[in-house]
Design a protein around this ligand. Structure first.
Ligand SMILES: Nc1ncnc2c1ncn2[C@@H]1O[C@H](COP(=O)(O)OP(=O)(O)OP(=O)(O)O)[C@@H](O)[C@H]1O
Length: 805
């Protein structure tokens, strides 16, 4: 590149930076000023309000003035947030304002425009010219999608065609251009080479400067309700997902907020690994959760569900134990669409008979029996769905409780309690009554309104009448307080015996068939039933029962839908069952879905093939509303590592490595565990000395991880981290980790602790080994103290080095 180009670019960079500096300084007082104003309003919020609730009109006035005041506050806060965002955006741009330039001449125009692309937009002082375009703007797509020559991009108003005259990439640090090249390929490999050669980090990085064309298509896909991405290990699925979130937040900034996007990740540690990408791009993080967290939320505190790691640990370690085969059959069945259908039929059956309820107790006596509830439920119009009838039953129960509560006021124990109130308690109750009066007892109001609407009035009460005798008020309050837990439990459907309802499914084959219409039942059904009920009796659920249990709960109580969420992202999508996908669809009825996964890494029993023609995922929204994208280029690992790992997988030959070279994977056989562990420690030291700071010793299971960690420590391994499912944050360093927790994460070097046939011998263990090896970016070493796993033995010898030879 010519010196003149360098000079011109450096001069332009300085001009842009000067302008950025000036604008930041200009905004500064405004940012501070607005902040003060907003906190002043917040402070004065209550002072300025006169709360008067003596009459309905006063209540309304108060209500409106609270609303007005809070709207004003919200407006100020929004204004402030916008300004701060702008200000932060400019500060973020300052050290490295842009990473690319394309010169584009639109057809029909005489001049080309210089389009500089950075992490956010920056417009000149007059507001006329973009000095920097946001990477998500339509025109920036040119950079990702085309080499120089004919090119086009799509705007909301239609397609713009033209010619790209120049495509230039920059690496700018602290205001200086470090490297600059003109690219001929879509995105120059040089820049990607440099980025990929870097060391692993404890946090994932953003890839905006080097997004590849096929990734850009994922990021900007706005077409379908369901976007499925099947991509090889290291092909940038997670990266593309996060840039897609940033894109959606930009493209739909008027309608979608960060908290309306939720990403399901495989474990909490992974959540911490990816948590900095969006803030780095100037966006707020989306919601992040794990399916397990969702399940636990739905189950509440009364039942504990086994987590997916307990399940995989069992499937990997309990071979040969009694009940093992039945458990595997149970997992396969309970995660299938067939079981989902069976449960839907069960819902219909429950609509006719068999519902189970729990008596409502009060002070050692039954107030309302389960039989009465059952009779009431089946007395409602049978054409109503079950959950609607359960809601009617709930309303009836609340009314019943209200009338029982009124009767209870005359009970002996209430009088007793009143007599025993000491001064302090009395003052407390009185105080409470007073407060209730001031704050306008909403629940009382609600009851009154509802009763008025139902055209009935309570005989013993007028409208809210606070002038009643104090004693009467206190009596009421005593009863009300002791009925409160009952009302609460009715509101949360505690009167429905969901555990019994789910449990009664697991009876003998004939009754199961009757309830569900199911024709094909797993061979070891009775053992499956035993295992399920055994767990239920301890208030526990097997992992594979958790989603079906919630499904049944929602058949009965209605679905806990979340209509706020507009986009659901599911990473490691191959690990979810057909059943779970149906559940996602129900939970988030207004959301679009992006599912990213790799069937090559399907290590859980309930895995779903994302792209097979009969994939339940494609059926979920139908083919017309589904886009399927395949990523076959792998960016994480060196060419040598990818050649090795892709050969572990049948069908892996379509995976294309990125041209980054390194040493071949190393196979190291040692005589005995002690020698192996000593060698591993030596190798770790060597790798550290070569500058590799992030190293993982990967084991098959958590049990093996524990052993390896202890054994390596005894041999002098210091500073090793032992990663378990409880580990929340991911820290750079040397760690011992089971493969299923290393999913989605990457390391400079990976050492496979035990690559013997005992560890990776069965066919279902092949993908475990593949997943483990594909975590490596620069170095991969496998160890054994005996034979090699058959999957390794089957590899062509030119794909690795051996030690000793
Ligand atoms: N376009 C790109 N530019 C720079 N780096 C990239 C690009 N695409 C992927 N990478 C890098 O490749 C590595 C793997 O990416 P990522 O973790 O997103 O892949 P993945 O498909 O989710 O992998 P896995 O299935 O193994 O979890 C990361 O270090 C990421 O930064």
């Amino acid at each position: 590149m010519e010196a003149r180009d360098w000079r011109q670019e450096q001069e332009r960079l300085e001009r842009v930076r000067n302008e950025l500096h000036a604008r930041i300084a200009e905004l500064e007082p405004e940012v501070a000023g607005l902040h003060d104003q907003a906190s002043e309003i917040r402070k004065r919020f209550w002072e300025d309000l006169s709360i008067n609730t003596s009459t309905t009109e006063d209540f309304e006035d108060t209500f409106y003035s609270v609303q007005q005041q809070s709207m004003m506050l919200a407006e100020r806060e929004r204004g402030h947030r916008r300004l701060v965002q702008q200000w932060n955006g400019m500060k973020r741009l300052l050290p490295s304002p842009y990473f690319a330039r394309v010169d584009f001449q639109e057809d029909g125009l005489n001049e080309s425009e210089q389009v500089y692309i950075g992490v956010s937009s920056f417009v000149d002082n007059e507001g006329l010219n973009f000095l920097i375009y946001d990477w998500r703007s339509p025109i920036a797509s040119l950079y990702y999608d085309f080499p120089p020559g004919r090119a086009s991009y799509v705007t909301p108003a239609g397609r713009i065609d033209g010619k790209m005259m120049l495509k230039r990439q920059f690496q700018i640090q602290n205001g200086h251009i470090r490297t600059m090249f003109d690219a001929s390929e879509t995105i120059g490999d040089e820049l990607l080479q440099q980025v990929l050669s870097k060391d692993a980090d404890s946090q994932m990085k953003s890839i905006v400067a080097t997004i590849q064309k096929e990734q850009n298509a994922i990021i900007r896909n706005d077409k379908s309700r369901m976007l499925i991405v099947q991509g090889a290990a290291g092909s940038g699925k997670t990266s593309a997902a996060l840039q897609r979130v940033a894109y959606l937040l930009y493209r739909h900034r008027q309608t979608i907020r960060a908290d309306q996007i939720v990403l399901f990740s495989p474990n909490p540690m992974f959540g911490s690994y990816i948590s900095t990408v969006l803030p780095e791009l100037g966006e707020e993080n989306m919601q992040q959760t794990t399916f397990q967290e969702y399940v636990e939320n739905g189950l509440g505190s009364s039942l504990r569900s086994e987590d997916p790691f307990d399940q995989i640990e069992y499937t990997l370690t309990a071979q040969g134990e009694p009940g093992y085969e039945a458990r595997l059959q149970g997992i396969a069945y309970k995660t299938s669409e067939a079981f989902l259908k069976a449960l839907q039929n069960y819902g219909r059956w429950l609509g006719r008979e068999g519902m189970r309820f729990i008596d409502i107790w009060f002070r050692n006596r039954v107030l309302i029996t389960a039989e009465r509830m059952s009779a009431k439920l089946y007395g409602f119009d049978s054409s109503l769905p079950l959950y609607s009838r359960v809601v009617l039953l709930q309303e009836w129960l609340l009314d019943e409780l209200a009338s029982l509560e009124r009767k209870e006021r005359g009970a002996f124990w209430v009088q007793e309690e009143l007599n025993y109130l000491d001064n302090e308690q009395y003052a407390e109750v009185f105080d409470m009554l007073h407060k209730e009066r001031e704050l306008f007892d909403l629940s009382e109001q609600y009851t009154v309104v509802r009763e008025l609407m139902n055209n009935k009035r309570r005989g013993d009460e007028g409208d809210v009448d606070f002038a009643q005798q104090e004693e009467e008020l206190i009596l009421r309050s005593i009863v009300k307080r002791s009925f409160k837990p009952l009302r609460k439990s009715v509101r949360t459907f505690s009167f429905v015996d969901i555990k019994g309802i789910y449990g009664q499914l697991f009876g003998d084959e004939t009754t199961y068939r009757e309830k569900t219409n199911e024709s094909i039942i797993p061979a070891q059904w009775s053992e499956i039933c035993r295992q399920t009920k055994d767990m239920l009796s301890r208030n526990e659920l097997l992992h594979e029962d958790a989603t079906p249990y919630l499904f049944v709960k929602e058949l009965v109580e209605g679905v806990r839908t979340n209509t706020e969420i507009r986009h659901v992202f599911i990473d490691e999508g191959q690990d979810y069952s057909a059943f779970q996908y149906e559940y996602f669809k129900k939970l988030f009825p207004r959301a679009r879905m992006t599912v990213l996964g790799d069937f090559g890494q399907a290590i859980f029993m309930q895995s779903t093939n994302l792209e097979a023609s009969d994939s339940p995922l494609i059926r979920l929204f139908g083919e017309a509303d589904t886009s399927l994208v395949r990523l076959v280029r792998s960016y994480r690992s060196t060419r040598e590592i990818v050649e090795f790992t892709k050969s572990l997988l049948p069908g892996g030959d379509e995976i294309v490595p990125f041209e980054r070279r390194g040493p071949k994977p190393l196979l190291i056989r040692l005589n005995g565990v002690q020698k192996r562990d000593a060698q591993i420690l030596e190798d770790i030291a060597l790798l550290n000395a070569q500058g590799f700071a992030s190293i993982a010793v990967i084991t098959k299971t958590a049990a093996e991880s524990r052993e390896a960690y202890e054994s390596l420590r005894i041999q002098g391994g210091e500073g090793l981290q032992h990663i378990t499912r409880e580990t929340l944050a991911f820290e750079k360093g040397v760690m011992v980790i089971p493969v299923y927790l290393a999913k989605g994460i990457e390391f400079d070097a990976v050492l496979i602790y035990n690559a013997s046939p005992e560890a990776y011998g069965w066919d279902h263990e092949r993908k475990l080994l593949y997943t483990a090896c594909t975590r490596a970016m620069h170095r991969l070493q496998l160890y054994t103290t005996g034979d090699w796993s058959p999957f390794v033995q089957a590899l062509p010898a030119n794909l690795y080095e051996k030690e000793p030879c």
